[in-house]
Design a protein around this ligand. Structure first.
Ligand code: LCV
Length: 259
């Protein structure tokens, strides 16, 4: 695989993001490889998976590949968006996925980590949710990932400020399971995965699916659903949306007018 490395040992599957030249940006090609790896793990009865970057990575992932966001003003985060598909693959993967995080986590990669079943991070890892920086609205299921994994106030601070939040702060809030120094994080994560792998895979997979269904149980009227879609379209067809992407490409600060 060109963008990731994978291995399986003791019923534990490990996926290492290995695209540092683009700071592990979640390109369609990288995401396809992660999804294929999860499918291969499933076929080999993996009982726990670890999703990580290379040891010592300064950036765990820079988030959605900005150059792959459509410029035409249509919704880049639709049902078939690669990131959305990966989030669903992680949720549907029948064994727990542990995010092992060193370095900065940006944009859509925050959602990817929050969608994992457990998070183990080094104290200096950071999380920055960037849609407001880029002028992008977030989709409903993605916002639900934030709400389910964090608290409303933390989700809003992350999404409204776009500022990196430290793993230490997120651990204090119960959003990150464990803070572990870089030298021990691999052994610690592997120990947790080993413990899970000794338990009943069937009981775990059923609980994982039950918890997924329960946490997504949000009755929404057709009117409310259409309102959410309509709100997103306002931003996608705005001048600010094009400006955010153009500014990123031109490596300058965006100038937003709110229109
Ligand atoms: C494509 C990249 C990227 C990248 N895409 O290295 O959640 S939403 O709604 O916001 C969603 C749309 C989303 O997730 O958007 C992406 C949000 N991510 C960010 O805003 C982070 C963007 N990246 C950065 O700020 C920096 O790259 C960080 C701070 C992560 C690392 O800085 P560093 O100085 O180490 P460079 O900036 O030099 O990046 C190295 C190469 O990776 C590309 C970047 O364009 C550069 O490519 P070239 O070497 O070809 O110039 N790159 C980085 N992030 N998200 N490409």
């Amino acid at each position: 695989m060109a963008f990731i490395q994978t291995s399986i040992a003791e019923h534990i599957g490990t996926i290492t993001l290995a695209y540092q030249s683009k700071r592990n940006a979640l390109s369609e090609a990288l995401i396809t490889e992660v999804s294929e790896a999860l499918r291969a793990f499933q076929a080999q009865s993996v009982r726990a998976a670890i999703l990580r970057a290379e040891p010592g990575a300064k950036v765990w992932s820079a988030g959605h590949s900005v150059d792959e966001l459509p410029k035409g003003g249509h919704d880049p985060l639709g049902w078939q968006d690669p990131l959305r598909m990966l989030i669903r693959d992680i949720e549907a993967f029948s064994a727990p996925v542990i995010a092992m995080v060193e370095g900065g986590v940006w944009g859509g990669a925050c959602e990817l980590v929050f969608a994992c079943d457990m998070i183990i991070a080094t104290p200096n890892a950071t999380f920055a949710a960037t849609p407001a920086k880029l002028g992008v609205p977030y989709n409903a299921s993605g916002l639900l990932t934030f709400l389910n994994a964090t608290t409303p106030h933390i989700a809003k601070e992350l999404l409204f400020t776009g500022q990196p939040m430290s793993a230490a702060r997120l651990e204090r809030q119960g959003i990150i399971n464990h803070l572990v120094e870089a030298e021990q994080i691999e052994a610690f994560s592997r120990d947790m995965a080993r413990g899970i792998a000794l338990n009943s895979p069937l009981a775990i997979s059923v609980m994982k699916e039950q918890l997924r269904i329960l946490s997504a149980a949000q009755p929404l009227s057709p009117n409310d659903f259409e309102r959410i879609q309509g709100l997103r379209r306002v931003v996608y067809s705005s001048r600010d949306y094009s400006e955010g992407i153009r500014a990123f490409t031109e490596k300058r600060k965006p100038v937003y007018l709110g229109e």
